[in-house]
Design a protein around this ligand. Structure first.
Ligand code: DGJ
Length: 306
């Protein structure tokens, strides 16, 4: 069980005192260490590589540098492209660490998933290719690894909704469109998708589509990833705009990620004119019995709104 005591809205810093470039954070525990991957946004929105940090407590972050480099000109992850929401899975079949990342052009028209592979969670990751399912758009992504080792990538597709796709056994490609959902009374599926499982119930979180602005994020539940998925409901006070953040990931803190009593919510509070200095919003999230909720305590750092 990992104990987290730092909550609120703040800039995570590395052990050298620099802002940890953990925007669009993906985080998973390998062994007894948490490995986090983030968008390096020091110089704006174009791709500057994926940064990696480790932590034991979600407070002190050790910087391991860029683990997926900017690729050569013409590549889907070259210096004139965008890379968002890097997520890393450890594949039990191959033993490899597989990074999935939203690969974009500046107009957000490319909408593919980049795939990169490493032998070590600290990289270096070798960029392999980009994938989509049947050419569908794939904007914001998240990943979920189930207790049976099957892995999934959730992917927002403006035309159809947000998909849950099952990955192949080597996690390198998509083999099944498991579900495709639009949010309740909303014309789109939700972006920034993330899923956790507790007591056999899947909880799927996401944000409405408001660019870099925040909104009241929602969640849905199901006993099977194929669905049926429940109606989408709030998990933060209505009108708080999820305490002015966009859900990025919900992290099970227990030793067994599928039987955790405690979860951590991490969201982005994007500063569109200074993305590299965008704070995170880090809060306990109570999950169980089909419910989920975050609350703000006056002891927390920062404020509920920017
Ligand atoms: C919302 C997405 O969640 C972010 O990752 C980013 O793509 C912005 N839109 C860009 O406007």
């Amino acid at each position: 069980m990992t104990t987290v005591t730092r909550f609120g809205a703040f800039l995570p810093k590395d052990t050298d005192g620099n802002v940890a470039q953990l925007h669009g954070i993906g985080v998973w525990r390998f062994g007894d260490t948490w490995y986090a991957y983030g968008e390096n946004k020091v110089n704006g929105n174009l791709f500057q590589g994926v940064a990696c940090y480790t932590t034991k407590d979600f407070d002190a972050w050790e910087n391991h540098g860029i683990v997926l480099d900017v690729q050569e000109d013409g590549s889907a992850l070259g210096a004139d492209r965008i890379g968002e929401r890097p997520k890393v899975l450890h594949c039990p079949k191959t033993g490899k660490y597989v990074m999935l990342i939203h690969a974009e052009t500046p107009g957000y028209g490319y909408a593919h998933i980049g795939v990169a592979v490493a032998d070590d969670p600290l990289g270096p990751f070798a960029f392999r290719t980009t994938i989509t399912w049947r050419g569908y758009l794939s904007r914001d992504i998240g990943v979920f690894q189930d207790s049976d080792g099957a892995a999934y990538v959730m992917s927002e597709d403006r035309d159809h909704g947000t998909h849950i796709y099952r990955l192949s056994d080597d996690y390198l490609t998509i083999v099944e469109d498991v579900a495709c959902e639009r949010a309740t009374d909303y014309e789109y599926g939700l972006e920034s998708p993330t899923i956790v499982k507790k007591d056999g119930l899947y909880y799927w979180f996401g944000s409405k589509l408001t660019g870099w602005s925040t909104n009241d994020n929602m969640f849905s539940t199901a006993t099977d990833l194929h669905g049926p998925w429940s109606e989408w409901r709030l998990f933060a006070p209505a009108g708080s705009q999820t305490f002015d953040s966009q859900v990025d990931i919900v992290v099970p803190l227990g030793d067994d990620p599928y039987d955790s009593d405690e979860f951590l919510f991490i969201g982005d509070r994007w500063m569109k004119d200074d993305l590299g200095d965008s704070p995170i919003v880090q809060l306990p999230i109570v999950i169980g019995d089909g419910k989920a909720s975050i609350a703000w305590d006056e002891s927390y750092e920062g404020s509920t709104h920017r």
